[in-house]
Structure formats: structure tokens, C-alpha cells
Design a protein around this ligand. Structure first.
Ligand code: GLN
Length: 197
């Protein structure tokens, strides 16, 4: 098995470390690779889209040809997990600012996103959230986080914080407004690994 972390910008190392830790805990053999150029997405069994700055990430992924590759494999059923800016990129519909600035999105999940739902000035924020299927609440770390403001009928809402949707799944795609790679609790990574199978 091979898991690819898009490594163009943002918190890449944290994701590489977190997924490697989760694999070890599950006794799963897998190679975790950092993806900076085209040609690697198609040989991965799962893709992780880290947080960062979604405009920069989107533009660079398009320029490198990675965006088209992700669209292709995601439509073919390869599991994709997007956190924070990664969630923004997965969305089919952006807020007014996202659409007005023609920010490039992958437009894969039937969700509407508000890119700075928690307020621009609010750098970071922690909240205990219930997450469907996890049992005990998860300590979610939000950093200039987006939220999902609406979703289609095939999207399963997994978690809310202060009434805002902060985690959702549509088939093989998992979108999180917060950063599970920044905490020691690996339950969401294990949830994603189950999607990988
Ligand atoms: N709100 C930021 C953006 O859309 C994402 C912040 C993050 O990934 N930590 O670019």
C-alpha cells in the first residue's frame, strides 16, 4: 500500500508523521510518500490533502498537473482525506469570496464551503466535537478554519462544532475543517485507513 501526502505547501510533515503513526498502530505495511510533482498520485492507494493556504495550494496543484490527477483518482474511488484548506479544495461550491476570486477548487464533494467560517482573526481554536462512529468526543484543533455550510444528499455529516458542519464524508472522500494530524488522538486517521481498506 502507498499513501500520498500532497506536499506543495502547508503542514505536510505533521501529516506524514500522523499517518505513519496510525499505520504502525494498526500493523499495516505502507509507504508514505510526499507528492510535489505529477506522476505519483496515480500510483497511490490513498491521498491526503493537508491544510495550508487554499489559493496557493489550488494554483500550484493546477500548475503541476496534480489537480487533474487527484480528480481522476478520486472519481475512480481512491480514498482522499482533506483537512482545513484541503476541505476547501474538495468542495464543489465556495463562498462569495472564493467564487469571486476564481480560486481553483477540485470541486469533488457536493458541499458548500465558507473558507473562513471561524473568522479571519481567530488564529486557532479548540473544541471537543462529537464525531459519528468514534464514540468519545474528539479534541478538534481549528486554525483559520473553514466550515461546510450546506451539502447534498449523498454527503454524510460526521461532526459539528457550534452548529457548523466541520466534518463530512461522501463515498471515498473525507473532509475535515480541523487538524487531526496535530493531536495524539489517531482515531480519525484510523477511520480514514478503514476507508482505504
Ligand atoms: N482558511 C484557510 C484557507 O482557506 C485554511 C487554513 C488552514 O488550512 N489552516 O486557505
Amino acid at each position: 500500500m502507498r499513501i500520498g501526502v500532497i506536499a506543495i505547501q502547508g503542514n505536510v510533515e505533521e501529516h506524514v508523521n500522523a499517518i505513519s503513526r496510525a499505520l504502525k498502530q494498526s500493523n499495516l505495511e505502507a509507504e508514505v510518500i510526499k507528492i510535489k510533482h505529477s506522476g505519483l498520485v496515480p500510483v497511490c492507494d490513498a491521498i491526503i490533502l493537508p491544510g495550508g493556504e487554499s489559493t496557493t495550494l489550488g494554483r500550484l496543484m493546477e500548475r503541476e498537473g496534480i489537480a487533474d490527477e487527484i480528480k481522476k483518482v478520486a472519481i475512480a474511488g481512491v480514498p482522499v482525506m482533506g483537512t482545513c484548506a484541503g476541505l476547501v479544495l474538495l468542495a464543489k461550491y465556495g463562498d462569495m469570496q472564493v467564487e469571486r476570486t476564481k480560486q481553483p477548487l477540485l470541486r469533488l464533494m457536493d458541499i458548500h464551503v465558507n473558507r473562513n467560517a471561524f473568522g479571519r482573526q481567530r488564529e486557532s481554536y479548540e473544541c471537543q466535537v462529537d464525531f459519528k462512529g468514534l464514540g468519545l468526543p474528539f479534541n478538534a484543533v481549528f486554525i483559520r478554519a473553514p466550515a461546510i455550510t450546506g451539502c447534498g444528499k449523498n454527503v454524510e455529516i460526521l461532526s459539528k462544532c457550534n452548529g457548523l458542519i466541520v466534518a463530512a464524508r461522501e463515498k471515498n472522500m473525507l473532509a475535515l475543517a480541523f487538524h487531526p494530524e496535530l493531536t495524539d488522538d489517531m482515531r480519525i486517521h484510523h477511520y480514514f485507513l478503514k476507508m482505504v481498506g
